[in-house]
Design a protein around this ligand. Sequence first.
Ligand code: UDX
Length: 438
Amino acid sequence: MAEHIGIVGAGYVGLTSAACFARLGHRVTCVDSEKSKVDELGRGVVSIAEPGLAELVAQGLGDGTLTFTTAQAELHGADLVFLCLPTPPAEDGRPDLGVLERVVPQLGRLLRPGCVVVTKSTVPVGTAARLPGLLGRTDLPVAANPEFLREGHAVDDFLHPDRVVVGTDPPGAAAAERVARLYEPAGAPVVLTDTASAELAKYASNAFLAVKLSYVNVLAELCERSGADVREVARTMGLDARIGPEFLAPGPGWGGSCLPKDTSALLHAADSAGVDFGILRDAVRVNARQRARVVRAVRQAVTGSPAGSLAGARVGLLGLAFKAGTGDLRDSPALAVAEDLARAGAELTAHDPAVGRVPGASAVQVVDDPYLVAKDAAALVVLTEWPEFRDLDWPRLAASVARPVVVDTRNLLDPGALAEAGFTHVGVGTRPHTTPSE
Ligand code: UDX
């Protein structure tokens, strides 16, 4: 059954949800307070680089199932309204609910009785339960339906989710069934639960991924010291169905717009509830240490000592985004490492296929041509796992560096091929590779 769906907030989550619900045959009205954004979207201009999103927006606009507006009043006839509002971390790391607290009372004055109000973007545990109070209404059922969208895969994750969780109090209320029905075409398992469990499930999932990654990053350090290879260890672990192969690749640390924010929010929630979530605090601590480990590896590569000086050393960086497939620099470990290297006195040139510049007064010179980063470099450092870095002409890079050494923080490159090109390859959790392969 086609519903009239209102989406409040045309950011990353809101726009993806709006376009995908329209794709699933619903009539979608997407409201955002920013006029220029609404105007652009109305013309089909999508500034978020997400595969398939611009096409879905164009399709929805074309067949009239998707509209963008600044006028909240257009939500009056909606059957369900999804809140996709930002909850950025405040100074102390707790989510700032200011926008939600301002917008929800406005909605309370205009929605028609029976409209289901749903939280979609990540909100602290207890937020859905607060909605009736904020709405000032008891005739608007509320539900929590957190998203699990990865950047670079958001459309696919929305249309083909691993699971759908819908929280209502009590669980499985009529409103939950209506929300769950929207996702029926996906055929994914649906968890109908209470609102607090649905909200916590989102934080718990992201924080678990963070713990898994910190675990593997420490494991990599142990591998380096014990002569084991973390890729072999992780491959073996991943074949255990209880562990699974995903999120077992070590790197310069985990980042992005969600994992750090959600981990910090969950830690605050645990503290407030008097629960000592030590394992999560450790995961955060390990993550901060991971950047220092990369800097030490670069010092070692450039000077032969983990404490050697990088003052004046030219270092070429491959990758700045927090992961491949996006140009997002928010909480990017790659950028954090770059800043630490700059503070240590290194002169940095960087290339990232999706990053044209680093905002603010950055010490990193960004270049369009990956071969420019190698010029006179005392070391090259791979920080983001862009597959195209594998296909670079490594002998050509070897010809222009000052010292042929690559610190590969993602274990992205083929050590044998690099050795053939004349490079020493330093991976994470692996032994340095210098001998050309047969
Ligand atoms: C994450 C969650 O996956 C998603 O479900 C949630 O809704 C939003 O947050 P995203 O921020 O897009 O998605 O990034 P993700 O692909 O999960 O990667 C997170 C970080 O972990 C990145 O810094 C990435 O480089 C790092 N990572 C991931 C590794 O270092 N190794 C891995 O094996 C996997």
